[in-house]
Write a protein that binds this ligand. Structure first.
Ligand code: SF4
Length: 226
């Protein structure tokens, strides 16, 4: 359900208004916000994010727990063989490919960065198995950068509402960087994700009572079609 790209954008004033209302109604970044899947450490954030691809939260959590029980640094994790890593992370799916990427990631960090995780988007995206979404999530949660990381909820809300008009999550991230007001970048991810989970639900968005429905392009389309 929902519009996706090529169907128009909100005006600059409406984008500002939409973020203002999100701010008023949704919790922002809390002092206890931790890295992906509750990992504060940069290396473990990157690994947890890599494991989360196409995996449900509960399965990612089980895989992360099992892997971090075996090793928690690039050196110790990189010393594990691929089969051992794959067996530990089996709950999260695509485990053979992810195990290979984890070993490549550890080797790359040790060879290129002395075992530390780079703190720039470009540096993170150069790591094996890490794309724009993971890079932005680590930038935002672990390094505290004012970046609106785009996960599935953020992507859905932005493109329904008309904050963006993108055909992929990566394009949504690009457009948000151009269109989100500066003051909304620190907490924008948190407002949008909470809003996507509480109001703009994937299957049954609560449009009738939504505080953004007078701005929303998806709702306008539904109204016109009714
Ligand atoms: S009106 Fe609100 S809940 Fe409905 S699609 Fe738009 S933003 Fe989502």
């Amino acid at each position: 359900m929902g519009r996706r790209g090529g169907q128009g954008l909100l005006s600059e004033a409406d984008v500002e208004e939409a973020f203002g209302r999100l701010k008023a109604h949704m919790p922002g970044r809390t002092p206890t916000a931790k890295g992906p899947k509750d990992q504060k450490d940069a290396f473990r954030s990157v690994v947890a994010c890599l494991l989360s691809a196409q995996s449900r939260d509960v399965n990612t959590a089980a895989a992360t727990r099992a892997l971090f029980a075996l090793a928690r640094t690039p050196r110790t994790m990189g010393a594990l063989d691929e089969a051992t890593i794959a067996a530990a992370i089996k709950p999260c799916g695509l485990y053979n490919m992810k195990a290979r990427n984890i070993r490549r990631l550890c080797a790359f960090l040790l060879e290129e960065h002395g075992g530390t995780v780079p703190d720039t988007r470009e540096g993170l995206m150069a790591l094996p198995g890490i794309g724009r979404k993971c890079a932005d999530i680590v930038m935002s949660f672990t390094f505290g950068a004012d970046v609106i990381a785009v996960d599935t909820h953020v992507d859905r809300v932005c493109n329904r509402l008309g904050l963006t008009d993108a055909r992929s999550a990566e394009e949504t991230a690009h457009q948000l960087e151009e269109r989100a007001p500066g003051w909304a970048r620190k907490d924008g991810h948190f407002w949008l994700i909470q809003f996507g989970k509480a109001v703009c639900l994937s299957r049954r968005p609560r449009c009738e009572t939504c505080v953004l429905n007078d701005l929303c392009l998806f709702f306008a389309g539904r109204r016109d079609a009714a």
